[in-house]
Design a protein around this ligand. Structure first.
Ligand SMILES: [Zn+2]
Ligand SMILES: [Zn+2]
Length: 104
């Protein structure tokens, strides 16, 4: 699994769905990824529980990487603190987050 974009994330994944939340590093505003259904690795049914869990773990990892990648479009990178913040927490003119600006 890749390193998550924002420092705080929540995993909502269940047996049937993969979904994750990412939170703005400054204000904690939530962005929730579109749920992705567990597709059993393309099989119709997996009888073996161990195999099912392995396939689930693999799809879970892929789903997280996808959500993590998509999160780049919902958060902005602060050039000063390196944080990933929501649209309200970034100054598009300077490219710095509001916390970095206030600390100047
Ligand atoms: Zn924010
Ligand atoms: Zn900053």
């Amino acid at each position: 699994m890749s390193v998550s974009l924002t420092s705080r994330t929540t995993d909502h994944s269940s047996v049937e769905l993969f979904s994750f939340s990412f939170f703005c590093d400054n204000c904690g505003k939530e962005w929730k990824s579109q749920p992705i259904p567990f597709e059993l690795g393309g099989f119709t049914v997996i009888e073996n529980e161990e195999a099912r869990q392995l396939v689930w773990a693999q799809e879970h990892r892929t789903a997280f990487d996808r959500a993590n990648l998509e999160a780049h479009f919902h958060f902005n990178h602060c050039s000063e603190s390196g944080k990933w913040v929501c649209d309200e927490c970034i100054d598009s003119r300077t490219g710095s987050c509001t916390v970095s600006i206030n600390n100047q």
